[in-house]
Design a protein around this ligand. Structure first.
Ligand code: APR
Length: 253
């Protein structure tokens, strides 16, 4: 039996799958991953540009990068990999998506229980008074950056920057999803950013079967992965869906 049918059988037998996703799942949507220097990140080092201290000290500089990133996100559509996860939820197998991505594409692909470990780009937040406003297209023309109408301070997208806390609600929801799952699918993440990278280890230590999809091996691969499906998420996931007799169009955006 091939690996794809093995994984499909495992999903049929055990049910209760959770997905743990990273930037690799959105590459086919046109949003470059952070590591591996391509596109946007050849110009901007994410470790520097996505650090909260850089934002606080030089908001105009960081907003140059943010405008480009926000534009890419506005223009992006769910990839076949996102749609496959939508179809997997609709069929009752997938119970939660724990994502490190801030692009909102899992929502667009019809998933409903999405735990945004690193926040999202739907809102802007004022770091002083915590006021939130929706992040809309107009933000791209606010120069040198959008400001809070109460404090006149630079507003920041509600994604988690390096040096910021993970939202407690996300930690709790991820914990509950991990407690209940029988299979974790690790998709398109390098697994080097903590505490997010603890999630697959927690699932594995609770006895979940571990499936990993990536174009390259990661620190998870030799440590916890039982089924490594090498390749692009947008090629691998539709094959699994196919083995299960499901269709990408089953996703309900
Ligand atoms: N299909 C599957 N995997 C892919 C694909 C693809 N088409 N393209 C790239 N990958 C893999 C890469 O091999 C790599 O392992 O996706 C992973 C992307 O890794 P990163 O760029 O490090 O992204 P991620 O793991 O999501 O980063 C974690 O770091 O910069 C911070 O907060 C940011 O949430 C982000 C966190």
């Amino acid at each position: 039996m091939g690996k794809y049918s093995q994984v499909a059988n495992l999903i049929k037998e055990k049910g209760n799958v959770i997905a743990f996703t990273g930037a690799g799942i959105s590459v086919e949507s046109g949003i470059p991953a952070f590591r591996g220097a391509q596109g946007l990140w050849e110009k901007y080092d994410p470790e520097e540009y996505a650090h909260i201290n850089s934002f606080v000290s030089e908001p105009a500089k960081i907003w140059c990068m943010l405008r480009e990133m926000i534009k890419l996100t506005f223009d992006a559509h769910p990839s076949p990999a996102h749609l496959a996860l939508g179809a997997l939820e609709k069929a009752g197998f997938l119970k939660a998506v724990i994502t490190q991505n801030v692009d909102g594409l899992h929502q667009e692909a019809g998933n409903t229980n999405i735990i945004e470990y690193h926040g999202n780009m739907r809102n802007l937040v004022c770091l002083k008074c915590r006021k939130k406003i929706p992040l809309k297209q107009e933000v791209l023309t606010a120069m040198p950056y959008p400001t809070c109408d109460r404090c006149n301070k630079a507003m920041k997208p509600d994604g988690v920057f390096f040096g910021e806390q993970i939202p407690i609600s996300a930690i709790e929801a991820a914990h509950e999803a991990v407690e209940n799952c029988k299979i974790i699918m690790i998709i398109g993440t390098s697994g080097v950013v903590y505490p997010a990278a603890e999630v697959p280890f927690q699932a594995a230590s609770r006895g979940a079967a571990v499936v990993e999809i990536n174009v390259n091996p990661t620190p998870f691969t030799s440590a916890v992965t039982q089924y490594f499906l090498e390749g692009s998420a947008s090629q691998v996931l539709p094959r699994i869906i196919d083995e299960l007799g499901l269709k990408l169009s089953d996703a309900q955006p």
